[in-house]
Design a protein around this ligand. Structure first.
Ligand SMILES: Nc1ncnc2c1ncn2[C@@H]1O[C@H](COP(=O)(O)OP(=O)(O)OP(=O)(O)O)[C@@H](O)[C@H]1O
Ligand SMILES: [Mg+2]
Length: 239
């Protein structure tokens, strides 16, 4: 394994992305509702902490940390131990919580509050993996698309500066059209969840990964009792 590559911890994924994620990059994990973004992220953080000694942060703007613990427990993943050891840290950065906590004298914006939380948390545990869920909620905190884009760009730049760290922005997207968020990150992974003749099918696509000769196919994956498992040798045809 190249020294600049970080194994993902998702079975089958590293074969698609040149043995792992390049360090100090930010990857968009995109997909519709129930496509597996949260599970994908949790699994990467847990295996990162358990197997590769890489502490991780999950900054959540959607589910509460308690709900995420329950999601993980449904796969038998016990986060409590990892949290106690400071190897996994949940940051509850939901906008509703920001409003609750904000004292009226302080003119802090949601974005600076979010970044301060992430920066402090990353320092505290020496984070090597950071997940932000989701970019869509973050975007709603700005007045227009220009401001959102500026903020996302500076977030991506700041995350890239964290030493030896890999970061992931979860993005709720259903349409097949390309969006501006996909241009701002180093990599884009799409989790497809699409109807087929007799039900739904899951497939993963690496749309881009800078500095990487990655797979250009759709590969089937399953969410089973142990989490996500990709079959890198098989491909599926959608269109
Ligand atoms: N324990 C489990 N065993 C098998 N499959 C599961 C299990 N838990 C969840 N799933 C599957 O994963 C889906 C949820 O995945 P996940 O929460 O990661 O989606 P998501 O992309 O984050 O969705 P959203 O955008 O709504 O947050 C469920 O709808 C179900 O199909
Ligand atoms: Mg989710």
């Amino acid at each position: 394994m190249g020294a600049d590559r970080v194994p993902s911890g998702i079975p089958g994924l590293d074969e698609l992305i040149g043995k792992g994620f390049p360090k100090q990059t930010v990857t968009l994990i995109s997909g519709g509702p129930g496509s597996g973004k949260t599970i994908f992220a949790l699994q990467m953080l847990i295996t990162g902490a358990e197997r590769y000694n890489e502490p991780g942060i999950y900054a959540t703007m959607t589910e509460t940390p308690e709900e995420l613990r329950k999601d993980a427990a449904s796969f038998g993943w016990n986060l409590e131990e990892l949290e106690k050891k400071g190897e996994i840290l949940f940051l509850d950065v939901r906008p509703s919580r920001f409003l609750e906590l904000r004292s009226y004298e302080r003119a802090e914006t949601f974005f600076s509050w979010l970044w301060n939380n992430i920066r402090k948390g990353a320092n505290e545990i020496g984070a090597k993996r950071i997940v932000i869920d989701s970019l869509n909620v973050l975007s709603t905190q700005f007045q227009d698309e220009y401001q959102a884009r500026q903020a996302i760009t500076s977030l991506v730049e700041a995350l890239k500066k964290l030493p030896d760290c890999i970061s992931f922005l979860l993005f709720e997207q259903i349409a097949m059209e390309r969006t501006m968020e996909e241009f701002l990150t180093s990599g884009v992974i799409i989790l497809h969840y699409v109807p087929i003749k007799n039900g739904m099918m899951r497939a993963i696509q690496v749309l881009k990964m800078r500095r990487t000769a990655h797979s250009e196919n759709f590969h089937p994956f399953e969410i089973g009792p142990k989490g996500i498992k990709i079959n890198p040798k098989e491909t599926v045809v959608f269109f």
